[in-house]
Ligand binder design. Sequence first.
Ligand SMILES: *Cc1c(COP(=O)(O)O)cnc(C)c1O
Ligand SMILES: [Zn+2]
Length: 421
Amino acid sequence: MSNSHGYMKALKCRECGREYPLSATHVCEFDFGPLEVAYDYERIRAVFDRKSIESRPQTMWRYRELLPLAEEPTVGRQVGYTPLVKADRLAKRLGIRELWVKNDAVNYPTLSFKDRVVSVALSRSVELGFKTVACASTGNLANSVAANAAAAGLEAFVFIPHDLENGKVVNSLVYGAHVVGIRGHYDEVNRLCAEIAGKYPWAFVNVNMRPYYAEGSKSMGFEIQEQLGWRIPEHTVVCMASGSLLTKIHKSYQEFSKLGLVPESKWKIHGAQASGCSPITTAQKAGLDFFKPVKPNTIAKSLAIGTPADGFYALKVMKETGGHGEDVTDDEIREGIKLLAECEGIFAETAGGVTVGVARKLIQQEKIPRDSSAVLCITGNGLKTLDAVSNHVGATREIRPSLREFEALLAGSNHPQTVNA
Ligand SMILES: *Cc1c(COP(=O)(O)O)cnc(C)c1O
Ligand SMILES: [Zn+2]
């Protein structure tokens, strides 16, 4: 490193461009605009090329010059580089020429894309000297903060809505984190956390550490481009809670483009939400630049943010790239989960059902043309939201341990007959 901030230059207001020191802060004092990390792209260009990236370990840190740390990462060093799966059977079912699934349902260590943002936020928190980390979460973030904090020996407070899926709650408690259930929606959890962050010297990954945290999402987009053979996909479908992931995948395509790592091309980014919480896609469909807050009511709890912090910027990305927004009902979410499972052997959580369901709709509406290529971002694992589908996947059929009973069962079903018959 040739200076004390690595390749970062400053924090910069997205609205007025004013610059701030690289500390734990997230809003502009003048216009309350969100702060974003600015990089020294000239210096990055000199050291960052396909060959050097390909020679590095297969984790998200192979793109470390474009991630906001001063030094080498200390938390979550093994995160990322999840499979990009060519989904031919699903492509056929949805009626599109070429389809890929970016599978963050198997991200390390807590099976969601949140491990990307948390490893960045906690590594940066350690650099800034914090001993206690915290978050406001719809579930997966809590899991990832709890696990990564445990591994790093940091104390963790995670704040969640009181009515989250049991899988998500247990997956936070097991790591020994302080888990606080708030009787209210995520937006109320978030408001409380902003107050606590103002009073306690803690690193709230998605409050005062948000500029660093959010950059971690870019790694999902960097990997997509490298795994596609160094190109940008024509269409990318991303599910949205705050809308941050969608904006950062767009930024990852811009950065690789600007650095000459991928050929110049046009891309469209499409946003997916659940109908029970669709402030962003509802605004997109109405052609508006701003959203109206809603009260969430959906099985896709990881996406249940009624006042999305990056909703405005997500709308801008969809508009600028020519992408679309669409939403799906709880039943369509379950169908999406089953489609992905039955076609590709991938069990996604409800958010993945949203992505698949919306992709299906956009292809039906020809907003994603049938003769094109698309990437679906699968962001979380189905084992954490079993309740959402457990009554919709059929049941086991029980028999006594007898060949006769098995053959009776087989005769009564339309399964293939015996192998040597
Ligand atoms: C948090 C989350 C998202 C969306 O994140 P945003 O960046 O806030 O839009 C998507 N999928 C899953 C599974 C998540 O946990
Ligand atoms: Zn500003």
